[in-house]
Write a protein that binds this ligand. Structure first.
Ligand code: ATP
Length: 321
């Protein structure tokens, strides 16, 4: 009898987890104050996830909890589809507040110190240091002392330190804080490119414009809970926007809209603004035309991120735009 031998099975690489990080019902209290209140959050693989929230919302506390820098009273943190364990942190790089640098050492030597701490083999460390300095656009400053760096360069060196061990997840707490516009732009461009280099990024910010230009996904945190989570684009698109209408008879159109239950008002230039969901806009325009109103101009204005953000957090707190 002939036996057909099965070909040796080649190991099939398991697909990367859909979420590199997830928090489930995480609760953190400081004394009587509940800072994280049953927080659910999931950071998709390959995303730049902007954790957005006003001052005191609990962003830093959430990031510190993920890094094991603070304990939580309840809930679960999962990293790379596994229950949280300190050993998982080897695949996480973090930049929390200002980076700790040795000012009298060069960029290269600062990184060598961290390479030693990470246990990178000496022969390979310098290659990786060159590579990572290239990734943060600091190769020209390889031999320059960190003490002579601008704030933006220091922050990028801090990012290089966080990236040195090639982590899968980078956690950045308010990375552009305190930088000038040039520094902000450089860091923003760099962060935006990180997923293409194999990193998933979780960054916190209270700067809405910042997140809008950097993140692919957004979580909006207020009072320790997530008020929205999803692709940034969806947040902007799925919003209730404004239908701007020019008509030959604004008074008649306005009374028709209001009689139909649509919140509407007349702008100083005679344009009507009607608050309707995007999917209802075409119907409103058709019905208005059928009612005998002639429409001369038409536009649908989406809420910007700041308007969305304020709606989500209930306008109850001061926000920096
Ligand atoms: P910000 O944008 O101002 O950094 P945040 O969203 O990062 O704010 P957290 O720093 O997480 O907010 O703080 C959330 C709340 O927890 C604040 O009211 C803060 O005072 C409180 N808090 C944070 N750390 C501690 C601590 N170690 N002890 C007591 N309360 C704390």
């Amino acid at each position: 009898m002939n036996h057909v031998q099965a070909a040796p099975s080649t190991p099939v690489p398991s697909p990367p987890p859909a979420a590199v990080l997830s928090l489930r019902r995480v609760t953190k209290r400081y004394g009587a104050q509940t800072v994280l209140d049953g927080l659910d959050l999931a950071v998709p693989t390959g995303s730049v996830y902007g954790l957005l929230g006003p001052n005191g919302a609990g962003k830093t506390t959430a990031l510190r909890a993920v890094l094991g820098l603070t304990g939580v009273q309840d809930g679960e943190v999962r990293l790379f589809d596994q229950p949280w364990h300190r050993s998982n942190l080897a695949q996480v790089g973090a930049l929390i507040e200002s980076p700790t640098l040795y000012p009298h050492l060069s960029a290269q030597d600062n990184l060598r110190v961290h390479a030693t701490l990470l246990g990178l083999p000496v022969g390979r460390a310098d290659d990786r240091i060159q590579e990572v300095l290239g990734e943060v656009d600091l190769l020209a400053a390889l031999h320059k002392r960190a003490g002579q760096f601008s704030l933006g360069m220091k922050q990028r060196l801090g990012l290089a330190i966080a990236m040195l061990g090639r982590p899968r997840l980078l956690i950045l707490d308010e990375p552009t804080n305190g930088l000038d516009p040039v520094g902000i732009r450089e860091l923003r461009d760099l962060i935006r490119d990180l997923p293409a280099r194999g990193y998933t990024v979780l960054m916190s910010s209270h700067l809405l414009a910042e997140v809008a230009q950097t993140a692919s996904h957004v979580g909006v945190l207020a009072h320790g809970q997530l008020k929205y989570e999803g692709p940034l684009e969806q947040l902007l698109r799925g919003s209730r926007g404004t239908l701007a209408l020019g008509t030959t008879d604004p008074a008649r159109a306005l009374s028709w809209l209001r009689a139909s239950g649509v919140e509407a008002n007349e702008q100083p230039d005679g344009t009507l603004h009607a608050v309707v969901p995007e999917e209802r806009a075409a119907r409103v325009v058709t019905d208005l035309t059928v009612s005998g109103v002639t429409i001369t101009r038409l536009a649908y204005l989406h809420d910007d991120l700041e308007t969305q953000f304020l709606k989500l957090i209930g306008n109850s707190v001061e926000v920096t735009a």
